[in-house]
Ligand binder design. Structure first.
Ligand code: CMP
Length: 220
């Protein structure tokens, strides 16, 4: 739990008190953890793995966020009494989670102003990102939106390698399209362009940012 950003700054004693309140759950790739509209019954922390947070309209999907090791989700319907899950959550890889039941979460939050503040900080960061997404979807063209998501993912999941920054999460073109509000064909076209321009390389569904500077320049 020490590695979890929202728990950083908590004392050893507080962490020890926190640990038994969670139960572990292992899920296969492609498991739906809950659906939009379900009642909120638990708070989730990701021990290892990746999940996508999304909403569906008919057959179209918009991915609101990707979360991985150390990230949390499922707090929104717990904090607001009477509200249901605001989005659906599905694992993109085999994922191990820590779950805290609704009643335990409420008690815990009431007893820990420090944790409330940490959760608020993290939520504000997410709100900033959501504002950014609204801006991008409203004002930017498809190439710029793809460049921005690639930059954002490299900040979130980038690992430095000899060839550049490897975005350590496997994504299909359809999933990238669902993150930037476009169709798969446009993502394929832009990713090919970026490969021809030697800005990125795609290896086994993972993007390597070969030339982060030229990307930064284009974003200015
Ligand atoms: P909850 O509404 O309980 O269930 C879905 C969860 O997805 C929600 O809590 C948040 O944890 C998360 N979530 C919903 N919308 C967003 C968003 N725009 N950005 C990041 N996380 C979100």
């Amino acid at each position: 739990l020490q590695q979890v950003p929202i728990f950083q700054g908590l004392s050893e004693e507080e962490l020890l008190a926190l640990a038994p309140l969670f139960t572990e759950k292992k899920c296969k790739k492609g498991s739906i953890l809950f659906l939009e509209g379900d009642p909120g019954d638990a708070f989730y922390l990701i021990k290892t793995g990746v999940v996508k947070i999304y909403r569906i309209d008919d057959s179209k999907e918009i991915i609101l966020a990707l979360f991985r090791d150390g990230d949390f989700f499922g707090e929104m319907s717990l904090i607001h009494e009477g509200l249901t899950r605001s989005a659906t959550v599905e694992t993109l890889e085999a994922t191990t989670l820590f779950l805290m039941k609704r009643s335990v979460f409420a008690q815990f939050m009431e007893g820990s102003p420090k944790l409330c503040l940490k959760l608020l900080e993290a939520t504000m960061q997410r709100l900033r990102k959501a504002n950014e997404q609204i801006y991008d979807l409203t004002f930017l063209g498809v190439r710029s939106r793809i460049l921005k998501i690639v930059t954002r993912l490299s900040d979130q999941y980038g690992v430095a390698t000899a060839e550049g920054i490897l975005i350590d999460v496997k994504l299909t073109h359809q999933q990238i399209a669902n993150m930037v509000g476009t169709v798969r064909e446009s993502v394929t076209k832009v990713l090919l362009e970026l490969q021809e321009e030697d800005i990125i390389e795609v290896r086994q569904k993972r993007i390597i940012l070969k030339n982060p500077e030229s990307l930064q320049n284009e974003m200015k």
